[in-house]
Design a protein around this ligand. Structure first.
Ligand SMILES: Nc1nc2c(ncn2[C@@H]2O[C@H](COP(=O)(O)OP(=O)(O)O)[C@@H](O)[C@H]2O)c(=O)[nH]1
Ligand SMILES: [Mg+2]
Length: 408
């Protein structure tokens, strides 16, 4: 803040080049690049079963992302909340969109739904973790972005107000995902009922400080965009009708639902808010949703996580303090190693000394032994010599030979 005050005012000069330089073409370059890369969008749908989630997804993208209900009906209802992802590659005027839809069958379908939000929050955070892991890798060329960019939350068309489960879910999730609440099957309510229901839902949302996704207002937006955004906000929460089958109306085929009193055409803005929702989600705000996910929701998650992991070192995530700590640990390790080496050296020297002393003693002993042997031998020899000298007995061969002189 203070830095901003101290900074000198730098005058900004607005100038027009004298001739066409070419940077006016920059948006086209971005356009070409993004077409080449293609687009990716991950949408999550949450709500009790039977509220028309799968039907609405099919209606939104005008394709059967979800197979027809008929052959799914036989399936057992799930005992826990399941997380199912379907990926569809769409193309429109040469623009490719890889659409991931995450369904959460089982949500709100149990006797006790207190922790229904939990596996869904975990799914969103796991996808953040996967992205964070990829960002931290040496090679970041092939980052796959599977983060959830928006969550359509289906409110049952009760006409009263939000249920505790709705409030709990939105409160737990709004910091992690762009929440877009919708009133499901709004064709089951009258126009007045829808209006009153919407008002009460918005009251509940602001009373519980729940943050739902709202299109950002930019100062330099053109009046048309501003008006469009205003209309979007006014329609929230979108009262939708889903239908993936066509019916005949005034000799024209429309996507709608037929009743004894008439037909609801989902593509008619006067009949429901389906078109407004589709416009926001696909035509005008897909990039905004992606950006907000990356720059605000993911960024908050990432920085909180890094600070928390820094705290494991007990230094509040201060890198300098951590470096000092590591240095101290390293020095302590070196000192310990040095002491150990010294000890080993001394031990070896002592062993050698002991060995030398031992062999010295051995030598001494052998020397003594040999000396004693020699002394004994000498004593024996002397004894023999004395015996020989003193024993000049008669009849010794020498004497008799001499005396008789046989060999002379
Ligand atoms: N009246 C009405 N019925 C709908 C609407 N959307 C879906 N349905 C019907 O509700 C049933 C359940 O729809 P489905 O999309 O499978 O609900 P999911 O369980 O939330 O995925 C099907 O029989 C649909 O035809 C709607 O907007 N209005
Ligand atoms: Mg479904």
């Amino acid at each position: 803040m203070s830095a901003e005050v101290e900074q000198p005012q730098i005058p900004i000069v607005k100038k027009k080049p004298n001739c066409f330089v070419g940077f006016a073409n920059l948006p086209n370059q971005v356009h070409r690049k993004s077409i080449k890369k293609g687009f990716q969008f991950t949408l999550m749908v949450v709500g009790e079963s039977g509220l028309g989630k799968s039907t609405l997804i099919n209606t939104l993208f005008n394709t059967s992302v979800y197979p027809n209900k008929e052959h799914l009906e036989a399936e057992e209802p799930p005992k826990t909340i399941k997380i199912e992802t379907i990926t569809t590659n769409l193309e429109e005027n040469g623009i490719k969109l890889k659409l991931n839809v995450i369904d959460t069958p089982g949500f709100g379908d149990f006797v006790n739904n207190e922790t229904s939000w939990k596996p869904i929050l975990e799914e969103i955070e796991t996808r953040f973790d996967l992205y964070l892991e990829q960002e931290n890798k040496v090679n970041r060329k092939k980052i796959v972005d599977e983060r959830v960019h928006a969550c359509l939350y289906f409110i049952a068309p009760t006409g009263h107000s939000l249920k505790p489960l709705d409030i709990e879910f939105m409160k737990r999730l709004h910091h992690r995902v762009n929440l877009i609440p919708v009133i499901a099957k709004s064709d089951l309510l009258t126009e007045e009922e829808v209006a009153g229901f919407k008002a009460r839902i918005m009251e509940d949302i602001s009373y519980n400080k729940i943050q739902i996704y709202r299109p950002p207002i930019y100062e330099n937006d053109d009046p048309e965009t501003l008006q469009e955004n205003k209309e979007i906000v006014l329609r929230m929460p979108f009262a939708v009708v889903g239908c993936d089958k066509e019916i005949e109306m005034k000799k024209k085929k429309v996507r709608g639902r037929q009743y004894p009193w008439g037909i609801i055409d989902v593509d008619n803005e006067d009949h429901c808010d389906f078109i407004k929702l589709r416009q926001m989600l696909i035509r005008t705000h897909m990039e905004e949703l992606r950006e907000y996910t990356n720059e605000v929701l993911y960024e908050n998650y990432r920085s909180n996580k890094l600070i928390a992991s820094g705290n494991e070192f007990g230094d509040g995530g201060n890198p300098l303090a951590r470096f000092e700590e590591e240095k101290r640990a390293h020095e302590a390790k070196m000192t310990k190693m040095e002491a150990e080496m010294k000890m080993v050296f001394q031990q070896k020297v002592q062993e050698k000394k002991n060995k030398l002393m031992q062999s010295d003693a051995d030598l001494h002993a052998r020397h003594k032994e040999m000396k004693e042997k020699l002394v004994n031998q000498r004593r024996e020899l002397e004894e023999t010599k004395r015996q020989l000298e003193s024993g000049a007995r008669p009849g010794t061969p020498e004497k008799s030979r001499k005396g008789k002189g046989y060999f002379k």
